[in-house]
Design a protein around this ligand. Structure first.
Ligand SMILES: [Zn+2]
Ligand SMILES: [Zn+2]
Length: 401
């Protein structure tokens, strides 16, 4: 490495006020989805005094920055996502959301602030870089496929002579020890698909079900059979989670309804398992319906793919975290998380890794802290400079002159 760990870390900590100030300004003004004009304006302003070439998205409010090193070389991508969630913030923080019904409850404000901090550190050390750093600031991570739009707009070819050849992202997590870095090689987060089912019966009087066609017991049978399918048809070492999260039917106690509507998710860790379980949910639903003479409609909506970390890249993250923050802060995750992340689209195209930065607030046990997406979640700001340094380290190492 062209720079020592203590030197980089102390540079990040000496710029902590700027990082935290940007984080708090973003936190006050969360926006949800693919179109985040205020957030984009803050990001552009934060980049303005840096020698970074900026382009903005055409289909979304994404921002892509390119920092050119002193010498030519490969191109390495760092991602920060910038969208909030449709959650009403109840933390009581002095810099809590000023937008009713919207909150940075997944810590994406911290990601942008850390990414911008890293951009500044790297811009001040261009002589150490042989190649380009791409800063990917994306909207719409929370279910809107923001990364996919950016890829479709040519994100990986933003430096035409040197397409992106490696990528790294950090995600802040309130349920992990503050200042720890967690990562694993291979599957890190699940594919998450949504599905909807409509069991179509024929309504009637509750006293005469034989004249009607009651969809409710059929739906109940489907709910249970889906769980049997998961335990009996899915290898536990290539797992799946099928959840029925929403059921709606009927209007009163003495009327058999026409239909039952159900929806839920399917989470898997391999493309093969994913295809098999989607087919299985459809098969169980439609065939249980058929067994009772009812028609069952099934709709599958593809969500994010499995997020797979490149083994070498995950190893570099662990080594970097140990170097920067000390061995005990560098944690090899024993198992993936079944949540989903659209950085998976980037890692389908280039080798790289996503890691978690623990940010449990002081005075709480990580397991007891309100989690990401909670209206009460609080992220410790103390480790943000450590995240800045890790982002910068990953780029400096990939592009060491
Ligand atoms: Zn989230
Ligand atoms: Zn997130």
């Amino acid at each position: 490495m062209p720079i020592s760990a203590p030197e980089l870390l102390s540079a990040a900590y000496s710029d902590a006020d700027r990082t935290i100030d940007l984080r708090r300004r973003l936190h006050r003004h969360p926006e949800v989805g693919l179109h985040l004009p205020q957030t984009q304006a803050m990001v552009l302003e934060a980049f303005a005094d840096l020698p970074v070439e900026l382009t903005t998205g055409t289909t979304t409010t994404s921002v892509v920055g390119v920092l050119r090193g002193a010498r030519p070389g490969p191109t390495y991508l760092l991602r920060g996502d910038m969208d909030g969630l449709p959650v009403h913030e109840d933390t009581g923080l002095p810099f809590a959301s000023e937008v009713p019904g919207a909150m940075h409850a997944c810590g994406h404000d911290t990601h942008v602030a850390m990414l911008l901090g890293a951009a500044r550190l790297l811009a001040e050390r261009r002589d150490l870089l042989a190649g380009q750093v791409v800063f990917m600031v994306q909207p719409g991570e929370e279910g809107f496929h923001g990364a996919r739009y950016m890829l479709e707009e040519g994100l990986l070819d933003v430096v035409p002579e040197a397409p992106v050849s490696g990528a790294f992202a950090l995600h802040t997590i309130s349920n992990l020890p503050s200042g720890s870095i967690s990562v694993r090689p291979g599957p890190m987060m699940a594919a998450a698909d949504q599905w909807q089912m409509t069991v179509r019966g024929r309504g009637g009087h509750a006293s005469m079900p034989h004249i009607a066609a009651d969809p409710i017991p059929v739906a109940a049978e489907i709910v249970l059979a889906l769980q049997s399918m998961v335990t009996r048809r899915v290898d536990v070492f290539d797992p799946a989670v099928v959840t029925v999260a929403h059921i709606e039917a009927g209007s009163t106690s003495n009327v058999i309804p026409d239909t039952v509507f159900m929806e839920g998710t399917i989470r898997t860790l391999s493309p093969e398992r994913r295809a098999a379980v989607v087919a299985g949910v459809r098969r169980v639903g439609t065939n249980i319906g058929a067994a009772h003479g009812l028609e069952v409609g099934f709709v599958h909506e593809e969500g994010y793919p499995v997020l797979v970390n490149d083994a070498a890249a995950a190893g570099r993250v662990l080594a970097a975290a140990a170097e920067l923050l000390g061995g005990p802060a560098s944690l090899l995750m024993p198992a993936p998380l079944m949540g989903a992340e659209d950085f998976a689209y980037v890692l389908e195209r280039v080798p790289g890794a996503m890691a978690f930065l623990g940010a449990c607030p002081p005075g709480l046990e990580p397991e007891a802290a309100p989690g990401n997406h909670s209206n009460l979640v609080v992220f410790d700001e103390e480790p943000l400079p450590a995240g800045v340094a890790l982002y910068a380290w990953m780029a400096l190492e990939a592009l060491a002159a």
